[in-house]
Design a protein around this ligand. Structure first.
Ligand code: AKB
Length: 339
């Protein structure tokens, strides 16, 4: 008898760590986590962790003999800045990795005779605003607008949304003649900010980096201009979004891919909030041409009405609550600062 589990890929990343903490508290869930890296020691014992590669098809061939995947949170990806340095590797991990896993989900659904939920975090990187004037004009972008990504990561995410939709609606295993039931669902996240982990390889990272550097008492040179604006979200809301979407009754979903957002801030406003919490923060602005170009192509805000309407999405943390109740106290504590 195979063991029923929730699979989390990219589990050692920022979203993965936060998701493991929440899911491990819920009863009746066995977690199987996968990442190239080990989990941090404080998460030991909360899941069965496999250190491995999502491109390793032999590994999955072994895992499916032992485990029955009920739900898959496929978080593994190379983020936007890192993907620009290694576009082909990014394509392999972000696209081929997702395709491998969709195939696994399809086979699993046939074996179990029930659907497998496939939850996929997408990103504001799927959007490509043509210039700053239009970015400021269309500042509440809807899901089907401006789908012209300018980065490898954005292209990968947009294509994987389509791949997931294809597997969910059209893919058939003609050879086996048994129905495939992949229940693909995706959220497009804004820049995420965690109090407990620091991101690596992203381009929205200037927000969290500014905060963590200030709390550590280190100077920080922000790599985008002061007027740069994108949407952000506190990590607990990101986890809530994934779980709410996963739990939503299928018949209530009018789409498979949803925008979710919380608050939009300019880099200067971000700095003001950081200085209000850590008055000795040394923050300067030293824009990097490439990274600035990426963030300028991302929307200033997202329209998340469909998620609110279909599955009751609502962020718990607006900008004040995110800084005052989640980010500042937890980050200060992490680095032994009083606020
Ligand atoms: C990145 O900066 O690449 C990510 C994202 C916005 O998806 N944080």
């Amino acid at each position: 008898m195979r063991k029923k589990v929730i699979l989390i890929t990219g589990a050692a990343g920022e979203i993965g760590q936060a998701l493991i903490r929440v899911l491990s508290e819920a009863p009746n869930h066995e977690l199987l986590t996968l990442d190239l890296n080990p989990l941090p020691a404080e998460l030991n014992g909360l899941s069965t962790h496999i250190q491995g590669d999502i491109l390793d098809t032999n590994l999955f061939a072994r895992l499916v003999t032992e485990y029955d995947f009920d739900t898959i949170f496929h978080l593994a990806a190379l983020l936007s800045t890192r993907a620009e340095f290694a576009p082909e590797l990014a394509h392999r991990v972000n696209v081929d990795g997702t395709l491998n896993l969709l195939r696994v989900a399809a086979e699993q659904s046939q074996r179990r005779g029930q659907s497998v939920k496939f939850i996929f975090p997408s990103s504001i990187a799927v959007y490509g605003m043509p210039d700053l004037e239009i970015k400021m004009r269309d500042n509440q972008v809807r899901e089907w607008e401006w789908n012209y990504p300018t980065t490898m990561y954005g292209c990968n995410k947009l294509y994987c949304e389509l791949l997931g939709t294809y597997f969910s609606r059209h893919y058939q295993q003609l050879a086996t003649n048994r129905p495939v039931m992949v229940d693909f669902r995706s959220v497009r996240f804004p820049g995420l900010i965690s109090a407990f982990t620091v991101p690596t390889g992203g381009t929205s990272d200037y927000g969290p980096e500014m905060l963590h550097a200030a709390a550590k008492g280190e100077p920080y040179a922000c790599f985008v201009r002061e007027d740069t604006i994108i949407p952000f979200m506190a990590m607990p809301d990101a986890v809530t979004a994934l779980l709410r979407l996963a739990e939503a009754p299928r018949e209530q979903l009018s789409r498979l891919v949803y925008n979710v957002t919380s608050f939009s801030l300019t880099a200067a406003e971000f700095k003001e909030r950081v200085i209000a919490a850590f008055p000795d923060a040394q923050i300067t602005f030293k824009p990097d041409v490439q990274r600035q170009g990426i963030v300028d192509s991302w929307p200033a805000g997202l329209n998340d009405q469909a998620a609110r309407r279909d599955w009751g999405w609502e962020p718990a943390y607006d900008v004040d609550r995110a800084f005052e109740e989640y980010l500042v106290p937890n980050i200060a504590q992490r680095y032994g600062r009083s606020v």
